[in-house]
Design a protein around this ligand. Structure first.
Ligand code: AGP
Length: 374
């Protein structure tokens, strides 16, 4: 049934729309609601025997490519916050090019939908040689990465066929958030925060269902952008990853140049590109970075930027002060889960842009689902 397109025209479209279900499957049996005197918690069977070692690590290093790298970037802040351990995120090929240091006191976490990506697999061999504890986060039971790591968590997102990764991305973020909750489980001071995130996880599939209602709005936006040469996406904090991943989707399937930009770097170069013609998406949903994003929007307005602002429902008036802009309103969730919501409109935008531009959605030119050569 999973490899049938059902009522959808393309696998990418189907996989975007099945995210409420794939996320539910990812979390199934792993969130414990807690009884009257027991607090809410997370149970990840695949790593439970290694949690003590992970907590004692000197560093957590995430390693992946493409979308899997972006997912790790989205999860890094909550890992840092709940574990108190320094967290770095490495592109597998870059780690190998540099032969970057990996220590036996490190926990190296390999993120890969297919579990077969050559660069990630080679980085795993390198980390094993260096004595790190190696953890796999994959969507493929029995894959090379699942087999060669010491322990791991399957994301259980179901088979992903479209070359553009969509539902695996959101499930990867959720698994890494659950990992952060499991690692931080022994810290009393963050219990309220953890419980709020667990409540947020329970609600997440229904919020994703809500955001999918933007489908027609994203199709209209795609119509407007159909002939553009380029699209910039600005994000920061939890949503820097959203900017990178949104831009990756647009470039890989719609074959349109697109760049994800850390908003904090705007003045250090990208601002020179801004004029009244270049479309720019700014992710400015409510979190600790919101006021900084408001100021970015004002500066872009001052340069007559052509803005499309993604904001929290009800915030349209407060994000578009001082200029005109198109707004994408999304439901608010816990800050660390917001990237799961925010990527959905951008996945829809990339999908519709591709169809309208007449390109192959599920099999973009020059790309393979699983990159097994270096
Ligand atoms: C994403 O849409 C890509 N097609 C690509 O970046 C992919 O995420 C990357 O090749 C890594 O694949 P993996 O998750 O199977 O390791």
């Amino acid at each position: 049934e999973q490899i049938n397109k059902g009522k959808y025209e393309h696998y990418m479209q189907k996989e975007i729309h099945e995210q409420p279900e794939s996320l539910t499957t990812t979390m199934r049996g792993r969130l414990i609601r807690g009884g009257s005197c027991k607090s809410k918690s997370v149970l990840l069977g695949g790593i439970k025997d290694h949690l003590k070692t992970i907590r004692r690590s000197r560093r957590i290093v995430f390693i992946g490519c493409g979308t899997s790298y972006n997912a790790a970037l989205a999860a890094r802040p909550i890992l840092e916050e709940l574990s108190g351990i320094p967290v770095s995120v490495e592109i597998a090929s870059d780690l190998l090019d540099r032969q970057g240091p990996i220590y036996r006191e490190d926990t190296a976490i390999f993120v890969s939908q297919s579990g077969e990506t050559a660069d990630t697999l080679q980085a795993l061999e390198y980390a094993l040689e260096n004595g790190a504890l190696c953890v796999g986060i994959t969507n493929t039971v029995g894959s090379a990465i699942a087999r060669h790591t010491h322990c791991g968590v399957h994301i259980n997102a179901g088979c992903e066929i479209g070359v553009a990764s969509t539902k695996a991305y959101t499930s990867q973020i959720v698994v890494m958030a659950m990992l952060a909750l499991a690692i931080g489980d022994d810290t009393l001071s963050s219990q309220a925060r953890r419980e709020a995130i667990i409540d947020g996880l329970f609600d997440l599939p229904s919020k994703v269902k809500d955001v999918l209602k933007l489908d027609q709005e994203m199709k209209n936006l795609a119509q407007l952008l159909i002939a553009e040469q380029s699209l910039l996406v600005f994000g920061r904090g939890y949503n820097y990853a959203t900017a990178l991943e949104g831009a990756l989707k647009v470039k890989e399937v719609a074959l349109m140049h697109s760049e994800g930009i850390l908003a904090g770097e705007m003045k250090h170069g990208p601002l020179a590109l801004v004029d009244e013609t270049l479309p720019i998406v700014v992710v400015a949903t409510r979190d600790a970075c919101f006021s900084k994003q408001q100021s970015v929007i004002q500066q872009l307005h001052a340069r007559k930027g052509r803005l499309i602002v993604m904001c929290t429902k009800g915030d349209a008036a407060s994000v578009c002060v001082g200029g005109s802009c198109r707004v994408i309103e999304v439901p608010q969730v816990e800050d660390c889960l917001q990237p799961v919501i925010n990527i959905v409109p951008l996945q829809l935008l990339a999908y519709h842009l591709t169809v309208l531009r007449g390109y192959n959605v599920d099999q973009p030119r020059n790309l393979a689902k699983s990159v097994t050569t270096q």
